[in-house]
Structures are given as C-alpha cells and as structure tokens.
Design a protein around this ligand. Structure first.
Ligand code: DQA
Length: 153
C-alpha cells in the first residue's frame, strides 16, 4: 500500500519548456507536476514533487524516501551519468527507484549512454518525453512495479 510517491528532479529540469524544446518538449515541470498530482489525488495518494540543481540535495532526498520505504520516480538529469553518490544512496537506503528520462539517452551523445543509476533502479523508462513520468507513475499505481526492489548486486 503506497501512501506517498516521491518525484525527484535533478539539474536543469527547472528549465523544461524553455530548454532545448526540440529534445525535451514544451511542457514545463509545473505542468508535469500538476498532471501527476491529479492522478495521485484521484487515488488518495500523496505526491512529493521536487527539483534541485544540487547533487547532495538529491542524495539526501533519496536517503530519506528510501529509509521511509516510499517509492521514488527519479530523473537525475546529468547526474544520472556521473553520480556514484546517487548510486550509493539508492543502494544504501534500499530505495525503490524508477529512473526516468524525457529523451532517449541512447540515441544521443555517447556520454549520455551510460547511467550510473540504472544498475540500482527497479526499472527505467525513457524516450517518451513528459509521458515518461506518467508511465512511471502508472507502473507504481497499477501495481505493475513490484513492491520489492529487483535484486541489486
Ligand atoms: C535527461 C537526459 C540527461 O542526459 C540530461 O542531462 C538531462 C535530462 C532527460 O530527461 O532526458 O538533463 O535526464
């Protein structure tokens, strides 16, 4: 039984709508939040939706949600490709994370092809624009995402 779903957004995602719309689309983060909020509200589930440009803040949020046993939808932005700290936080807090990206990172520059989050995420949804978030939420709300994290090494 899920009481709260966390959606954590990393660097530059506050610029959605203005930032490279040909890659990320025209929807703003506030628009995505409003839509997810409506979906959660309809099911009596709380939504905690946040954005930060600071890596350590994301680490702290992941720790807190993980220790509380609450699921996370995480778009760590560029930190997905660089942050061993986020990888470790997900693992240490036994956080259940669905990694999302608006863009298909595998169809872009080679430095985006590797995510340090993916090996410790329950699953990854990418390439569907803002709908990547809705699909991740649907996986959680529909019970299609298992309550226990997939095995991590
Ligand atoms: C992103 C992809 C990352 O490579 C990039 O640094 C972002 C956004 C996405 O949602 O497509 O900031 O996470």
């Amino acid at each position: 039984m899920i009481s709260t779903i966390h959606v954590f957004n990393g660097p530059n995602l506050n610029l959605l709508g203005k930032r490279e719309p040909e890659v990320y689309g025209h929807e703003t983060l506030a628009m995505i939040e409003a839509r997810l909020n409506a979906s959660c509200k309809a099911r009596g589930i709380g939504l905690d939706f946040r954005q930060t440009n600071i890596e350590g803040e994301l680490v702290t949020w992941v720790q807190e949600a993980g220790l509380a046993g609450e699921p996370i939808i995480l778009n760590a932005g560029a930190y997905s490709h660089t942050s061993i700290a986020l990888h470790d936080a997900i693992k240490a807090a036994r956080a259940r994370v669905i990694e999302v990206h608006l863009s298909n990172i595998h169809a872009r520059e080679s430095f985006r092809h590797r995510s340090l989050i993916s090996p410790v995420a329950q699953g990854v949804i990418l390439g569907f624009g803002a709908a990547s978030y809705d699909l991740a939420l649907d996986a959680l709300l529909s019970g299609r995402a298992a309550a226990e994290p997939a095995a991590k090494n």
